[in-house]
Write a protein that binds this ligand. Structure first.
Ligand SMILES: Cc1cc2nc3c(=O)[nH]c(=O)nc-3n(C[C@H](O)[C@H](O)[C@H](O)COP(=O)(O)O)c2cc1C
Length: 199
């Protein structure tokens, strides 16, 4: 059987979701998938980025990460998204990208993609679940198959117990509070295994 094609698509201002995406990339490769790690285009004004040293540093450090295109979505059998929580929702950068997928949607090109999502937030109850559910709402419109982790492995409990997708809290210094690496890898492997069954 040909390899499952996995696109890990993320947005990150200060690096947390880039790290989550890199762990998902590693988990996907361990599961035997052909993996692309892709960022969504930055849409914030340059002044906003420049005014935040952590944002500016991350923006510069990830300049070479390829930006996702609609062709990448068509290519992928499976997609893992990673986004920071913004007021309990996904960031506008990811929403802007999702809002360019109308043509693919209209032509049925997004049907039966296996999808899964991850997030981070400053507070454990600051909207992690609502961010994931908001992103999944678009996936239901796509006709995608949402491969949430549920409680399919004990690593989910150790990572804070979010069954909708791995989520992590970040402290004032931007450091992750929970150890979620194993949960991310489990989520990636589960996403691949479901995509394999569909393929
Ligand atoms: C505009 C804005 C809105 C945010 N909204 C929330 C929120 O609703 N709940 C929360 O806990 N953290 C919130 N945060 C904190 C971010 O979720 C946190 O900085 C992010 O998860 C870090 O991810 P990144 O390093 O990948 O950018 C917000 C941050 C910004 C800049």
């Amino acid at each position: 059987m040909t390899k499952v094609k996995l696109a890990v698509i993320y947005y990150s201002s200060t690096g947390t979701n880039y790290q989550l995406a890199q762990w998902a990339e590693a988990g996907g490769k361990e599961a035997g998938a052909d993996v692309k790690l892709l960022k969504v285009p930055e849409t914030a004004p340059q002044e906003a980025i420049e005014s935040n040293p952590a944002w500016k540093a991350h923006y510069e450090a990830t300049k070479d990460v390829p930006e996702v295109t609609l062709d990448d979505l068509e290519w992928a059998d499976a997609i893992i998204f990673s986004v920071p929580t913004r007021f309990g929702n996904m960031p506008s950068q990811m929403k802007a990208f999702l809002d360019t997928t109308g043509g693919l949607w209209f032509n049925g090109k997004l049907v039966n993609k296996t999808v899964s999502a991850m997030t981070s937030a400053q507070n454990p109850h600051g909207g992690q679940e609502s961010t994931l559910l908001a992103l999944y709402t678009t996936m239901y419109h796509w006709g995608a198959i949402v491969a949430a982790p549920g409680y399919t492995d004990p690593v989910t409990f150790a990572a804070g117990g979010n069954p909708y997708g791995t989520s992590v809290s970040v402290n004032q210094d931007g450091e992750m509070v929970e150890d979620v690496q194993a949960a991310v890898k489990h989520q990636a492997k589960r996403t691949i295994s479901i995509a394999e069954k569909l393929k």
